[in-house]
Design a protein around this ligand. Structure first.
Ligand code: ATP
Length: 349
């Protein structure tokens, strides 16, 4: 319900830069995910948007209002954290109702709003319980219910699924995505889990060391990573990256020779390709190497090879079998390859 604009926002402490020159507009109703490794500045960015952390430099706008100096309570946001932050002595009903009291919503409306929120997060049957008598997933749903009980302008969610087991994470992920779609509230969601980012986001912001690396739809980021950091952070497994030399459109590394690449680059280069884009072949391929390990994934078999310092994976049919130490061949045609600058890691088009 709001467009959020961060204009060259930085957060610096006396001897550390937490967020460096973050510049981005989050569209009204967008689901934006901040993704990156621990310490990359995701939470700090979110806390600045919430007003819990002062901005050192730059401006934060909600629509046409500069909010830098606004108290968190005056920004009209709802937050969900990893540690659910429920009141232990209140029932589920009272926990969900709490923001309505704080916001002085007329008491006559409370019951309907609480029941609607409880229904949306499937807690209608547990309204009399206290948090201690709930599972982790149920507590998480109370926190969500409390966030959606009133319609804020912005949802801020910081790793809300980290404490849930793998199965529950998948179902709660779908539930949050569905709720956000129905409520149409601009949402900023922090995670270090690339699968969460890829499955939930309209757009993903990949961060590293306080700096935005790439902003794009999940497909953009997966198909055209802007640099080797993004390439190696997104995907399971991450993109294979091999150091080698390119000349006359031919890339060479130990056991690898790929023709038909760009003529405009020469010398040292990093070549990337995704495990599922390559395939194992019985005849000659662009890559031949000894099998380093075989992993049975159920729907596929992953074969990996050591090429120089890199471990390179190729996904193959679930029935595929070979032994560690066997020499095998893989088709890695130029069309599936990405090139990155050897020094800077930046994508070369
Ligand atoms: P995580 O996923 O581990 O929470 P994050 O990407 O959310 O990581 P932030 O919490 O935003 O990371 O922290 C960014 C960096 O800023 C970290 O290296 C952290 O140590 C540093 N930092 C945070 N608060 C302070 C502070 N008060 N003083 C100095 N450095 C800080």
């Amino acid at each position: 319900m709001a467009q959020i604009r961060l204009k060259n926002v930085s957060k610096r402490w006396p001897n550390f830069v937490g967020v460096d020159n973050f510049d981005l507009t989050v569209a009204d109703e967008e689901f934006l995910v901040l993704l990156g490794p621990s310490g990359c500045g995701k939470t700090t960015t979110m806390r600045m948007i919430a007003g819990l952390e002062e901005v050192t430099e730059g401006e934060i706008w909600f629509d046409d209002r500069l909010v830098n100096r606004l108290e968190p309570k005056d920004r009209d946001i709802s937050m969900v954290f990893q540690s659910y932050g429920l009141y232990p002595n209140m029932t589920v009903y009272e926990n969900i109702r709490f923001p309505l009291k704080v916001r002085k919503v007329p008491a006559a409306q409370h019951h309907d709003l609480v029941m609607k929120a409880a229904q949306a997060v499937e807690l209608s049957a547990l309204l009399d319980r206290r948090p201690a008598a709930l599972s982790g997933g149920q507590r998480q749903r109370v926190a969500l219910g409390r966030a959606i009980v009133r319609q804020p302008r912005v949802f801020l969610m910081d790793e809300p699924l980290s404490n849930l087991d793998a199965k529950l994470r998948v179902s709660t992920r779908a539930q949050i995505k569905n709720l956000q779609h129905r409520l149409k509230v601009t949402t900023i969601y922090v995670t270090h889990d690339q699968i969460e980012a890829m499955t939930m986001a309209d757009r993903v912001v990949v961060m590293n060391k306080g700096v935005i690396q790439q902003v794009g739809t999940p497909t953009d980021i997966y198909d055209r990573p802007a640099n080797t950091f993004v390439a190696s952070f997104i995907g399971s497994p991450a993109m294979n990256l091999i150091e080698g030399e390119i000349n006359g459109g031919v890339f060479r590394a130990p056991g690898v020779q790929i023709a038909g690449l760009s003529n405009r680059v020469s010398g040292a280069v990093t070549l990337g390709f995704r495990a599922e884009d390559a395939s194992l072949v019985s005849g000659n391929g662009q890559l031949s190497a000894e099998v380093y390990s075989m992993e049975l994934l159920g729907e596929a078999t992953m074969a990996s090879f050591r090429i120089g310092d890199s471990l390179v994976s190729v996904k193959s049919a679930k029935s595929y079998r070979s032994e560690i130490g066997d020499t095998v061949h893989a088709a890695v045609p130029a069309g599936i390859c990405h090139l990155f600058d050897h020094q800077t890691g930046v994508r070369i088009d």
